[in-house]
Design a protein around this ligand. Structure first.
Ligand code: SAM
Length: 202
C-alpha cells in the first residue's frame, strides 16, 4: 500500500484496487459542473472520482464497485480527504446498479474497457478494473443499457473509455437508449486514445 497525491486529493492505494492513472485524471479534469448535484460514481475504485466530485461541490456522492477492497479503501480515502462519510459521501458494493436506488443528476463510469481474452485475465479482484470481455464492451454495454433508469430527466452521464473499445459503438449504443452523446475530451497515446464520452437526453 502507498499514498499518492492527485491535485489536492490524497489517495491510499491497495494492491487489489485500480491505482488512479491517466484515464482517472482525464475524467477528473473534464468533470461536468456538479455543484449541488447528486452524483453516482460507478466502478469507484479508490474513490477518486467520487472524492473529486465531492470536493467540486456535489451535494451528495455515491460510489459503488463490485470489488469489496475498493469499497474499503474508498471509505478510508474519503476520511483521509476530510469528507463526511455516510453524510455527504457513501460507498457500497454493487455490480453496476444492482444495489443502487434513486435517480442521479450526474453518473460517472471509468469503465473496465480493455478487450481481454481468457489467457489475459488476471487473478483476483484487480481483474475487474481492466477486463472488458472479448471486445472490451461487456461491462460498458450493460452500463449503457441500464444507466437511463438511474438518471434524472435532465441528468448527464460521463464515460471514460479507450478508442480500443470503439467511440462510434458507444455513441450509437447511447443514441439507441435515447441519449445524445459526444466525445468531450481525449488524450492520445501511441496505440490508443483515452476518451471522455458525455451523454444527455434530448
Ligand atoms: C478502470 S477502474 C476505474 C477506477 C476509478 N473510478 C478511477 O477512475 O480510477 C474500473 C473500476 O470498475 C470496477 N468494476 C468493474 N466491473 C464492475 C461492475 N460490474 N460493477 C461495479 N464496478 C465494476 C472495477 O472494480 C474498477 O474499480
Amino acid at each position: 500500500m502507498k499514498t499518492i497525491k492527485i491535485g489536492d486529493i490524497i489517495i491510499k492505494t491497495h494492491p487489489q484496487v485500480y491505482e488512479p492513472a491517466e484515464d482517472s485524471e482525464l475524467l477528473m479534469e473534464n468533470l461536468v459542473d456538479v455543484k449541488n448535484k447528486v452524483v453516482l460514481d460507478v466502478g469507484t475504485g479508490t474513490g477518486i472520482q467520487a472524492i473529486n466530485a465531492a470536493k467540486k461541490g456535489a451535494k451528495i456522492v455515491v460510489g459503488v464497485d463490485i470489488n469489496p477492497y475498493a469499497i474499503q479503501i474508498a471509505k478510508e480515502n474519503a476520511i483521509l480527504n476530510n469528507l463526511e462519510l455516510n453524510k455527504k459521501i457513501f460507498f457500497f458494493e454493487s455490480d453496476l446498479f444492482e444495489n443502487v436506488e434513486g435517480k442521479f443528476d450526474v453518473i460517472l463510469f471509468n469503465a473496465p474497457y480493455l478487450p481481454t481474452s481468457d489467457e489475459e485475465r488476471l487473478e483476483g479482484w484487480l481483474n475487474y478494473a481492466f477486463d472488458g470481455g472479448e471486445d472490451g464492451r461487456e461491462v460498458l454495454d450493460r452500463f449503457i443499457e441500464e444507466v437511463g433508469d438511474y438518471l434524472k430527466e435532465n441528468g448527464i452521464v460521463q464515460i471514460l473509455q479507450s478508442s480500443l473499445t470503439g467511440e462510434e459503438k458507444t455513441i450509437k449504443m447511447l443514441n439507441k437508449q435515447g441519449f445524445k452523446a459526444k466525445k468531450t475530451a481525449y488524450k492520445k497515446f501511441p496505440f490508443e486514445e483515452l476518451q471522455v464520452i458525455t451523454a444527455w437526453r434530448d
